[in-house]
Design a protein around this ligand. Structure first.
Ligand code: UT7
Length: 329
């Protein structure tokens, strides 16, 4: 029997705004301090767009790099997925704006909103299109511009997030490599742990919404923390078991970069040494859908990841959503 087709990430790219916000900068804005932020989260600085940089701009820059490295032209792309919760505007999708800027006129394009798990949801979806033969050259972008939706008066959230974009080209795997297993989950009953109450169709933009700061992110950090540690370990274990592998077989774990203490606790549960974990939270904070593709691109560029490496990726986010993927590079 012919083996089932599998999707492989064949190239990567990233784009980060040049604007840096350090913990010391934040001390000027809210009642916080560098020591608290470093020891409780692992973050030292994050990137932030200026007034003229947008979600679509960063997406296009990251995408151009990934396409070039895959030796593809924009018109070769037949599916364009933008995983994001921070589109440039409510309508149309960021994916359509990115398509136009890239001139990827042969693609059909859509946004995928799954909080910080967006990139992994996108990879899972891309894999299905490859398996069915419905798409051959998929451009998957994980991008989030959190700075405009963060309440800069709320120290519980404003110290955590950053802006950025990562892109990958997904094609059918050659040989034995590619995506080996993926499991995605959501639990909408926990929507109240991380949400923006206003600005949608239930509470459309109004003076009242802005006055009450309902257009900003609200978060129950400690509850998400406990949840994240548990599911990061569990879902990584699940995809490993689907392939009869153990944490010791992994060359790298790429976790969503939300909090260094979450990463450490999850690795402890899995028995994975931190030397096998790709981490950049110190420099960028939590970039939501961009966090995994950006740290992946950095590792590829540094030559850390080699052909045949076994890599697990795991993420969680608003929804709540979570999931893990196992791939052979
Ligand atoms: O992609 C998913 C996105 N969300 C997350 O990943 C969030 C996951 N949760 C977390 O990362 C952590 O829960 C936080 C970093 C958000 C908070 O850390 P924590 O250790 O859970 O702290 P806490 O919320 O229990 O707060 C402890 C203390 C509180 O003071 P009191 O009540 O003990 O006096 C907070 O008011 O720390 C205080 N605090 C701060 N102090 C200085 C909270 N934020 C800050 C701050 N600077 N920025």
């Amino acid at each position: 029997m012919k083996p089932e087709k599998a999707a492989a990430i064949v190239s990567t790219g990233r784009a980060l705004p040049v604007g840096r916000v350090t913990n010391l900068d934040l001390e000027e804005i809210v009642d916080t301090n560098d020591e608290w932020i470093r020891t409780r989260t692992g973050i030292r600085e994050r990137r932030m767009v200026n007034a003229s940089e947008t979600n679509a701009d960063l997406s296009v820059s990251a995408a151009r790099l990934a396409l070039e490295r895959a030796a593809l032209r924009p018109e070769d792309v037949d599916l364009l997925i933008v995983a994001t919760v921070t589109p440039d505007q409510p309508l149309p999708s960021s994916a359509c704006l990115v398509q136009a800027k890239l001139n990827a006129y042969n693609a059909f394009a859509f946004d995928l909103a799954a909080g910080c798990t967006g990139f992994l949801y996108g990879l899972h979806v891309a894999d299905k299109f490859i398996k069915t033969g419905s798409a051959k050259n998929i451009l998957l972008i994980g991008v989030d511009i959190l700075s405009p939706i963060i309440d800069w008066q709320d120290r519980n959230t404003c110290v955590l997030f950053g802006d950025g974009a990562g892109a990958v080209v997904v094609k059918e795997a050659k040989g034995s490599g590619g995506l080996k297993a993926a499991r995605m989950f959501s639990d909408g009953s926990k929507a109240g742990l991380l949400y923006i109450p206003g600005g949608g169709t239930r509470l459309p933009p109004s003076g009242m919404v802005v006055e009450k700061r309902l257009h900003y992110v609200k978060m129950n950090g400690p509850e998400i923390f406990k949840f994240a540690v548990k599911i990061m370990a569990e879902s990584t274990q699940q995809v490993l078991e689907m392939c009869a592998k153990s944490p010791q077989d992994l060359d790298y774990l790429i976790p969503h970069q939300a909090n260094m203490r979450i990463i450490e606790a999850a690795c402890k549960r899995l028995g994975i040494d931190l030397s096998k974990v790709l981490i950049n939270i110190e420099r960028y904070g939590n970039m939501s859908s961009a966090s995994i593709p950006v740290v992946l691109d950095e590792a590829v560029e540094e030559g850390k990841i080699k052909s045949g490496d076994l890599i697990a990726m795991v993420a969680f986010g608003a929804g709540l959503t979570w999931g893990a993927a196992l791939l052979e590079w």
